[in-house]
Design a protein around this ligand. Structure first.
Ligand code: GMT
Length: 395
């Protein structure tokens, strides 16, 4: 098939999943165009079947706001015909589902388009529904655009339910969970690298996110300080974002600067995950928690909030710790108890890696997207005689 994938290039799970899907589909023989404002964060060169199409948003002195939605809709309509796309797959509804809808309407109205009319698929990732899409300023257009898609998927059952309740979407939503390249995500021990950050008696706690309020990096620090009060520990932080300055100030105020390292945005988290004794993700909301899954695949026990889709990824006391997000002391207590028992922590890490491999690898998930694409491009089946008989008025 010929597939256009639309995603954000910035750091964030939706762009990571979309880029990984684009790579996987190209490796499976599809022709894939990745459409975004710039090359996404996890983009890898070298696949002949995969191409990148940049969307430029021209500035005009009258506008204070860039008109990305208009530029994207125009680009999708053009690329649909240039590349004979069968499917346009929008990752993150805002504004990608709206742009895909506008492009489809333009192609429908354009007699010269020569019949190019890809089907649109929208994958909901979380904040596009739970935060942005449910804001009264956007809710109606987001719900409308989602419902205009030929098919809609959500990355967890929890997000599927939230989409119905928070934005009132009524169309069917298929749950297709996020996934990883499990060949790449496996523990790579590196004692020399570990020794640069921690002594043998210290545990390494790792957090990775885009430091937005929903990630609660202040709570990451609070839990870490409680752990460090009880035993030697180091905190490694991957990522960057708006809450970083406040976090840096809080670390300095707590006198913990020499126990915390900011690693910034990293292209490949596996070497860092492989150093960790525990991955901490105390978010207030998380539709799936891809970062936690990446840690699990690398054999790291995770401590995460019992919110959103995280219980669909993490099983409490088996592959990780599902914690009350409003109880920092309880979370730190459970982490300390786990880290005090090396065998239990190692067992949990092994179980986490095994479950990641059983349920969330490319080969288990990408065929589900392929099947969905095949369904939406298939011509509609004629109704069976009995079905048409029963629905024809007056029959
Ligand atoms: O969580 C973020 O800050 C990024 C965000 C995104 O839209 O890229 O992540 C969402 O999508 C990820 C991929 O499907 C999920 O793993 C995250 O749980 C989800 N974030 C939230 O729901 C807060």
């Amino acid at each position: 098939m010929r597939i256009g994938i639309v995603c954000y290039a910035s750091i964030g799970g939706s762009g990571v999943v979309a880029t990984e899907l684009a790579h996987s589909l190209a490796l499976r023989g599809h022709t894939v165009r990745l459409i975004s404002s710039e090359r996404p964060f996890r983009w890898r060169d070298g696949l002949p079947e995969l191409g990148f199409d940049r969307v430029d948003t021209p500035a005009y002195p009258l506008f204070r706001e860039p008109q990305y939605l208009l530029a994207l809709a125009t680009a999708i309509a053009r690329l649909a015909c240039e590349h004979h796309l069968d499917v346009v797959h929008a990752h993150y509804a805002v504004p990608h589902a709206t742009a895909a809808y506008l492009a489809d309407e333009m192609l429908r109205a354009d007699a010269d388009a020569g019949g190019c009319r890809p089907r649109t698929v929208t994958t909901l990732h979380g904040t596009d529904v739970t935060l942005v899409g449910s804001d009264p300023s956007y809710r109606r257009v987001v719900a409308f655009s989602i419902e205009q898609s030929s098919a809609v998927t959500a990355v967890s059952e929890s997000l599927r339910r939230d989409t119905q309740t928070a934005v009132g979407v009524r169309c069917p939503i298929e749950v297709i969970p996020n996934f990883l390249d499990c060949d790449a995500y496996r523990r790579q021990p590196n004692p020399a690298l570990r020794a640069r950050f921690a002594t043998d008696d210290q545990v390494i706690v790792l957090h990775a996110s885009n430091f937005r309020p929903v990630k609660r990096v202040g709570l990451v620090l609070d839990v870490f300080l409680r752990i460090r009060a009880a035993r030697p520990a180091r905190l490694l932080l991957i990522g960057d974002g708006p809450d970083r300055p406040a976090l840096e100030a809080a670390i300095a105020a707590a006198g913990a600067s020499d126990a915390v390292t900011f690693l910034g945005e990293v292209q490949d988290p596996v070497p860092w995950l492989s150093l960790a004794d525990l991955f901490l993700l105390p978010s207030s909301q998380e539709s799936f928690g891809l970062a936690a899954l990446e840690a699990m695949a690398c054999g790291v026990p995770v401590a995460v909030s019992r919110v959103g889709g995280l219980p669909e990824v993490v099983t409490d006391d088996d592959t990780g710790l599902l914690c009350d997000p409003d109880d920092a002391a309880g979370m730190a207590g459970r982490i300390l108890a786990l880290l005090a028992d090396r065998d239990a922590a190692a067992r949990m890490g092994r179980r986490a890696a095994a479950v990641a491999r059983e349920r969330f690898c490319v080969d288990a998930i990408v065929p589900r997207y392929e099947a969905l694409y095949a369904r939406v491009v298939a011509p509609p089946q004629p109704a069976s005689p009995s079905a048409s008989g029963s629905t024809t008025p007056g029959a």
